[in-house]
Design a protein around this ligand. Structure first.
Ligand SMILES: *[C@@H]1O[C@H](CO)[C@@H](O)[C@H](O)[C@H]1NC(C)=O
Ligand SMILES: *[C@@H]1O[C@H](CO)[C@@H](O)[C@H](O)[C@H]1NC(C)=O
Ligand SMILES: *[C@@H]1O[C@H](CO)[C@@H](O)[C@H](O)[C@H]1NC(C)=O
Ligand SMILES: *[C@@H]1O[C@H](CO)[C@@H](O)[C@H](O)[C@H]1NC(C)=O
Ligand SMILES: *[C@@H]1O[C@H](CO)[C@@H](O)[C@H](O)[C@H]1NC(C)=O
Ligand SMILES: *[C@@H]1O[C@H](CO)[C@@H](O)[C@H](O)[C@H]1NC(C)=O
Length: 323
């Protein structure tokens, strides 16, 4: 019995040291003067991905040899000489949420200033598909996800009143005018699925298109909204971490939410985390990210090819976390 216990302890400590030493973190550096990657969209097959940055560009990462190339932009007449290297300038655009429909290679994008649009595989200017729903313009088109089997797109307008630059005002009045929207790919219509969200950030739809998860950045909660059944649009709160941002589905139909915890030390501060929940909303894993991001928020934790790729408005790199 005692021997068994000792063997068990030895095995346990080996296991723990393996777990600890197995965490690794590396950075994929953005080009010079590029910062603030908000979201990530991966191509299936390659390890290439897209991201939108602070100066209005959509970049495509084509692997370590080629690195990042300019891929697209939503601001009409965007001038590289005026815009490159700037930060959140409405005339330059600000691509945030994005998602790739793999079958058609269409990259759906929210530009915080120009609205909801799409780019083909050759890139270039974004074709704007929608700038308003129910007569109300989007002030801050923010999160995007595609339901792969149908091609339907779900996206959010963080606020119907405040744009991306007015975050502090939105926060001071506890803005709750965010909306969840659906772009029906067949009839090309946008419908409002849910209103009065407290700064609707990220969105993710499940494989069967039965529900969507939507994060409320100011409301410190993530909601699961039913799309079908006796009471469509009925919703439950499934996570209450502060500052939840983008939500990304994994291949096993779990979801990673980029969020934070509050460190109530002498100087209370936010600590960025990634939190994994399953389709019922149960928490299955939390990863702490303050070692690499200090007290800066992360905007996306995206599982791809067994690794977590991490985007942050406050970074000039994409984090790659392996465990
Ligand atoms: C980066 O920004 C600095 C300051 O605006 C500028 O002088 C420099 O030319 C930029 N570098 C590149 C590669 O764009
Ligand atoms: C873009 O350029 C075209 C052609 O010069 C002009 O007609 C249009 O008004 C410009 N759009 C914006 C938003 O500046
Ligand atoms: C949503 O907000 C509007 C205006 O703020 C209000 O009139 C409406 O009753 C709210 N709807 C719900 C379902 O709370
Ligand atoms: C902010 O608004 C949400 C409703 O959208 C509410 O649940 C929350 O309690 C409000 N927070 C504060 C501090 O008033
Ligand atoms: C989610 O996890 C809970 C707790 O482990 C489990 O009871 C539930 O069946 C899971 N739901 C799904 C859809 O996997
Ligand atoms: C999973 O989540 C549901 C809904 O929030 C809850 O009722 C249930 O107790 C949870 N199950 C576990 C094992 O935590």
């Amino acid at each position: 019995m005692r021997t068994n216990t000792i063997i068990a302890l030895v095995l346990l400590s080996c296991f723990l040291s393996t777990v600890v030493s197995a965490i690794s973190f590396s950075k994929i550096q953005l080009p010079i003067n590029a910062s603030g990657p908000e979201a990530l969209a991966f191509e299936s097959g390659t390890r290439h991905f897209f991201t939108g940055i602070a100066d209005g560009r959509i970049l495509k990462y084509q692997g370590p040899t080629t690195g990042f190339v300019d891929f697209g932009f939503a601001a009409p007449n965007r001038s590289k000489s005026v815009c490159d290297g700037t930060n959140t300038n409405p005339t330059c655009g600000r691509p945030v949420g994005m998602a790739l429909h793999h079958q058609t290679k269409r990259l759906y994008v929210c530009d915080a200033f120009f609205g909801f649009g799409v780019l083909g595989p050759e890139g270039g200017p974004v074709t704007i598909l929608s700038t308003a729903a129910d007569g109300e313009p989007y002030r801050f088109c923010d999160g995007v996800d595609v339901h792969q089997p149908t091609g339907n797109v779900y996206f959010t307008d963080a606020s119907a009143v405040y744009d991306m630059r007015q975050f502090e005002t939105a926060r001071s009045v506890n803005d709750s005018t965010g909306r969840l929207l659906k772009y029906d790919v067949e009839n090309k219509q946008v419908t409002v699925l849910f209103r009065n969200l407290s700064y609707a950030g990220g969105v993710a739809v499940d494989e069967k298109e039965e529900f969507v998860l939507v994060s409320e950045f100011l409301g410190s909660r993530t909601r699961k909204i039913q799309l079908r059944g006796p009471k469509p649009c009925e919703s439950d709160i499934v996570n209450t971490r502060p500052f939840p941002d983008n939500i990304k589905k994994t291949r096993s139909d779990d979801f990673w939410i980029a969020a934070a915890t509050i460190d109530r030390g002498t100087l209370p501060s936010l600590l960025p985390i990634g939190e994994r929940i399953n389709a019922s909303g149960n928490l299955t894993e939390t990863v702490q990210l303050e070692q690499w991001y200090a007290n800066k928020l992360v905007s996306e934790v995206h599982e791809f090819d067994g690794k977590l790729y991490i985007a942050s408005l406050f970074a000039d790199f994409i984090g790659v976390y392996e465990h």
